[in-house]
Design a protein around this ligand. Sequence first.
Ligand code: CP
Length: 324
Amino acid sequence: HRDLIAIGALATHEILFLLDEAERWVAFNRQPQKRAEALAGLTIINAFFENSTRTLLSFEIAGKRLGADVVNMHAAQSSVKKGETLIDTAMTLNAMRADAIVIRHQSSGAVGLIAGKVDCPVLNAGDGQHEHPTQALLDALALRQTLRARGELASDGTLTGLKVTICGDVLHSRVARSNMLCLQALGAVVRVCAPPALLPMGLDMIGAEAFTDFDAALAGADVVMMLRLQNERMDGQFIPSPREYRHLYGLTQARLALAGGNAIVMHPGPMNRGVEIDSDVADMPGRSIITQQVEMGVAMRMACLEVLTRRARGIAGWGDGEWV
Ligand code: CP
């Protein structure tokens, strides 16, 4: 079987394939009746060791819309609290003959570790500070949909030449890492901006231009993607006041005016309104696509679950090399 652990492990044609597959489910999800039978009889386990609203619910909805039986394991109510190791938890899920396991874990590398121990496809729903691949895929899908509606999408379906500025706590952000890789694979030009203490080393090695001055990073941007300060990953070592942070790195109406004239505003959520993004920007009609990102999350996760379980269902596909 094949897993979905990292954008870095996908070829560009595989990213484009998943985007095309997800577009089928966008239309499907807009119908009043949203039940397919593609995954009927399959069991999907969502094992979340960290909090989530969007990712957990959208994976659950995605599995159910495809006809699968979906069960959620919340770490706070599980035997993890009694000291069970990650590997023993993984072996337990495996023994229950899950057909796909979706995992979010606070430790970078934990999802890959589990993938090596179980017999079914594993989907990374957020892996410490490493990657959040389905977030980057749904963000690319939301961009494709928006650009297509504006008549601005390249005929090959890529994001060639699109200038994207990602701003916020880049150091701790698995969303930023996956998005840098995904956007660049699709041909976008990526700038990242963060306070010096939250800017990782080696960004040039993955082709992203680094900024600490948000105004400079915004100049001419087609897309502005804002990130939350992840205080839960900072051990109290970076605590500017919300007011100070907003002053330097908050996306206000005035700042957005520095970007391209019709720049798209994105945020993976959860947002801290009035800190990294003002409410009048987050809710700006025609510019903010934050709710569309959430909608695309369900379609993209349906595509990922459907494609990754094809082999188990006897259908040629992901990992078999037949669709490339
Ligand atoms: N974007 C995202 O991963 O949100 P949740 O933490 O609510 O799943």
